[in-house]
Design a protein around this ligand. Structure first.
Ligand SMILES: NC(=O)c1ccc[n+]([C@@H]2O[C@H](COP(=O)([O-])OP(=O)(O)OC[C@H]3O[C@@H](n4cnc5c(N)ncnc54)[C@H](OP(=O)(O)O)[C@@H]3O)[C@@H](O)[C@H]2O)c1
Length: 250
């Protein structure tokens, strides 16, 4: 029996990296998947390469109306929701505190915090009892990286919000968990807008701080994202699972 047979899953930020690897695994495990992302051309490209029961929805998570439409289109296609994976997120250019601007702050917080919270608000009435909500947090809530103050603050905010949500949905037996990845080889680093050599140098620094001495892969995160939403994790609720090669532990 497939682990997500007939389950309906929404994944935000599913056109690349961790979201895409998770979408592939959920499809393989029998889920009906709603892949959402900001760039339509990227979603179209992904759609052409996938097999299984899925739809794509172009939606910017930082826009309230887009979150409403995402959930509406998911419901229209599949009825109720079993799994909501709030994965979309950005780091943007590392910025020390004395260079932080309101624009930088608003952009990251709107995508990383406002987006998931509004998506949950829209989705909640349609999430089946005993469904699951999964956040994609980060090791940055446990280890400090210069220039990533705002990004780290967004992930800390999600972790705090997750605890409240876990309690708020308890009467419906909805499980609310998080993954906290360490450095994972995705496009998120190239999207920071830094020169290639600096990005590579930064990557080496990250890897040195991981006991396993390397970046993780999106597929390694996807396996945890499958575990936490599946019945294998039926008594796991409210946690943050570090998938970071040990980075948060030393
Ligand atoms: N890679 C890591 O080392 C790492 C570590 C810890 C946590 N994470 C978290 O993992 C999640 C996924 O990141 P990733 O590493 O897989 O990077 P990625 O390949 O860049 O994927 C990020 C996804 O989020 C989407 N996204 C960004 N802004 C959006 C918006 N406003 N509306 C809708 N979608 C939006 C992106 O779409 P576009 O490409 O169209 O912008 C993309 O599909 C993020 O929340 C990130 O914070 C990553």
């Amino acid at each position: 029996m497939k682990k997500l047979h007939n389950k309906v899953a929404i994944i935000t930020g599913a056109n690349s990296g961790i979201g895409l690897a998770t979408a592939k695994l959920y499809l393989k495990e029998g889920a009906k998947v709603v892949l959402s992302g900001r760039r339509k051309e990227a979603l179209d490209e992904v759609a052409a390469s996938l097999t299984g029961d899925f739809i794509t929805v172009t939606a910017d998570v930082s826009i309230a109306e887009d979150n409403k439409r995402l959930i509406r289109e998911a419901i229209n296609a599949y009825g109720n929701i079993d799994i909501l994976f709030l994965n979309a997120g950005v780091v943007l250019k590392p910025t020390p505190t004395d260079e932080i601007t309101e624009k930088h702050y608003d952009e990251i917080f709107n995508i990383n915090v406002k987006g998931p919270i509004l998506a949950i608000k829209e989705a909640l009435p349609h999430i089946n009892d005993a469904g699951t909500i999964l956040f994609n947090n980060s090791v940055v809530t446990q280890r400090g990286f210069d220039g990533l103050g705002i990004y780290s603050a967004t992930k800390g905010a999600l972790r705090a919000y997750q605890r409240v949500l876990t309690s708020e949905v308890k009467s419906r037996k909805i499980r609310v968990n998080s993954i906290a990845p360490g450095p994972i080889a995705t496009d998120i680093f190239t999207k920071m807008g830094l020169p290639k050599d600096i990005t590579e140098e930064m990557g080496k620094g990250f890897a040195q701080r991981v006991p396993l001495g390397r970046f993780g892969t999106p597929e390694e995160i996807a396996k945890s994202a499958l575990f936490l939403v599946s019945d294998d994790a039926s008594y796991i609720n409210g946690i943050e699972l570090e998938v970071d090669g040990g980075m948060s532990q030393i």
